[in-house]
Design a protein around this ligand. Structure first.
Ligand SMILES: [Zn+2]
Ligand SMILES: [Zn+2]
Length: 230
């Protein structure tokens, strides 16, 4: 299992590109989130042909804004088989479908859709309303035999995710969590709220402007880990 980030910024941190990642998992290649900078990054880094599966944390534009571009590129430029969009619930599938329908008319022409539960080893954690009021969002947990990767998505309240983790079998776990350095930003997790959960896991922060990182933050930022960047 290997994760490479395509960007680590927050919604307005365009210098650091939208937070998204490519995950090599069980011999497949997954794209996690597809914000408005992701299409360009995938093309520039010559990675777009590798995307087999797409998994979205939520439908804010910095997580879904170039989904249609990626699908159209695969069909029109690459003339390749459509990627498969994994969905954790029927309701979220319908939201993705309606979102795409406005842009590409017939989403089924450009993407396959597959329930996440049919993909072995990935669990969705429903974080509805915990990033933005009334908004569906998910965190995801990826498990192989000997390791686990956790991707928070945008999440203002980390408790539900760590509660779920605490009830899972013990396994070397690496948590990638969104992070904010401003208490008034309630849609994301203030770094001090993550400190109680650092025991027994590796943790990295993303979805932020790394130049704002306070000196007393012990959580390493993905942005500074060269081996985690695509
Ligand atoms: Zn975001
Ligand atoms: Zn968001």
């Amino acid at each position: 299992m290997r994760i490479k980030f395509l960007g680590t910024g927050g919604a307005f941190d365009v210098d650091y590109l939208n937070s998204a990642a490519m995950l090599a998992f069980r011999d497949e290649c997954l794209l996690i989130d597809c914000g408005f900078t992701v299409y360009q990054t995938l093309v520039q880094k010559n990675l777009i042909h590798r995307v087999q599966y797409i998994l979205l944390t939520h439908l804010h534009n910095d997580h879904s804004g170039s989904l249609a571009n990626v699908l159209l590129h695969r069909s029109i430029v690459d003339r390749a088989a459509p990627p498969t969009i994994l969905y954790p619930s029927e309701q979220f599938k319908n939201q993705i479908y309606e979102f795409l329908k406005i842009q590409v008319k017939d989403p089924d022409k450009y993407a396959e859709f597959m329930p996440l539960e049919e993909f072995d080893g990935i669990k969705a954690v429903d974080t509805y309303g915990q990033h933005s009021e009334g908004l569906q969002s998910y965190a995801y947990i990826f498990e192989e035999e000997d390791s686990r990767i956790v991707y928070s998505g945008d999440l203002g309240k980390p408790e539900v995710l760590f509660d779920r983790l605490s009830r899972m079998r013990s396994l070397p776990t690496c948590v990638y969590h969104d992070i904010t350095f401003h208490t008034e930003n309630t849609g994301h997790t203030y770094y001090k709220k993550l400190l109680p959960f650092m025991n027994g896991v590796e943790m990295f922060g993303y979805h932020c402007d790394p130049t704002q990182n306070p000196p007393d933050n012990p959580i390493r930022l993905v942005f500074y880990q060269k081996e985690l960047l695509a």
